[in-house]
Design a protein around this ligand. Structure first.
Ligand SMILES: Nc1ncnc2c1ncn2[C@@H]1O[C@H](COP(=O)(O)OP(=O)(O)OP(=O)(O)O)[C@@H](O)[C@H]1O
Ligand SMILES: [Mg+2]
Length: 272
């Protein structure tokens, strides 16, 4: 917390949405958890750190509005304030991604402080930060982009798809988080694991959910995100599902998840 003039500025909490497995619901969770948090009166920024730019598309950001993007932020050509775009959700902004970002993994290798580029950009912005939460949508890899997200974040939120291979690769992800904690970001926590695309008619979903809870216990949120066709339709309209169809089961689940994440945040803040 810092004092700027007479206003008290609380640094935003930064959460990385990470899983190196593709298609597990990272972007869907980033977009809809952020929207649900904004519905809970939080001021939220989503940083799209995936060259696929799915989160930007999910918020309906036109391609031509992506000039000042997360790539420009990483290479120091734009500030967070330059790049952030207001979405149609009040209190929710997004730093979009463009295909430029696909070169960043290679370009960053030769740059100074290559793992700290995003953190430094967010810290530079912190004094003026209008956000309570920043969610970072990561690409499906543990390369330099994800490393930048892990170094910049206070905590990690891991979406796990309820399918047979859900736990595969997770130990590698946990090892990466531990490595980052030991060397680059000692304060990095795991906020939680969220089960996604749960299909109640499928025994395998139940089995996987039980397995994951057996492994991770209370780290797994009680809220489970169901497989819901409205969730998968919403991005094609450039809308979070909560805007597209607030009453559907997917929207209700993301609103529940936001409340649970915020409860954990309060508990973490009280314990600190
Ligand atoms: N709860 C859900 N119900 C139905 N479809 C879903 C749900 N969650 C995600 N999907 C769909 O599954 C696909 C993968 O989801 P998403 O893009 O969020 O995963 P991702 O982990 O971000 O993928 P990538 O690794 O490529 O970035 C998308 O087509 C999305 O619309
Ligand atoms: Mg994605």
């Amino acid at each position: 917390m810092s004092e700027v003039g007479s206003t008290t500025v609380v640094a935003p909490r930064i959460l990385a949405i990470v899983n190196q497995k593709g298609g597990v619901g990272k972007t869907t969770t980033a977009v809809n958890l952020a929207t649900a948090m904004a519905a809970c009166q939080k001021r939220v920024l989503v940083v799209d750190l995936d060259p696929q730019g799915n989160a930007s598309t999910g918020f309906g950001v036109p391609r031509k509005a992506r000039d000042a993007d997360s790539y420009a932020v990483l290479i120091g050509e734009a500030s967070i304030a330059d790049a952030a775009i207001q979405t149609e959700v009040p209190g929710l902004e997004v730093v979009p991604a463009s295909p430029n970002l696909s070169g960043a993994e290679i370009e960053l290798v030769t740059m100074e402080h290559r793992e700290f580029r995003l953190r430094e950009a967010l810290v530079r912005h912190a004094a003026a930060s209008p956000y309570d939460y920043i969610l970072i949508d990561c690409p499906p890899s543990l390369g330099l982009l994800t490393l930048n997200a892990l170094v910049a974040s206070d905590a990690v939120l891991v979406p796990l798809q309820c399918e047979f291979y859900a736990l595969e690769g997770l130990s590698q992800l946990i090892r990466t988080v531990e490595r980052v904690r030991k060397s680059l970001n000692p304060d990095l926590e795991i906020q939680g694991v969220v089960l996604t695309m749960f299909d109640r008619r499928n025994n395998l979903s139940e089995q996987v959910a039980a397995d994951v809870r057996g492994h991770f216990g209370d780290v797994v949120y009680r809220t489970v995100i169901p497989r819901n066709v409205r969730v998968s339709e919403a991005p094609s309209y450039g809308k979070p599902v909560i805007v597209y169809d607030m009453a559907c089961s997917g929207s209700r689940a993301y609103l529940d998840l936001a409340r649970e994440v915020l409860r954990r945040e309060r508990a973490l803040a009280e314990a600190a």
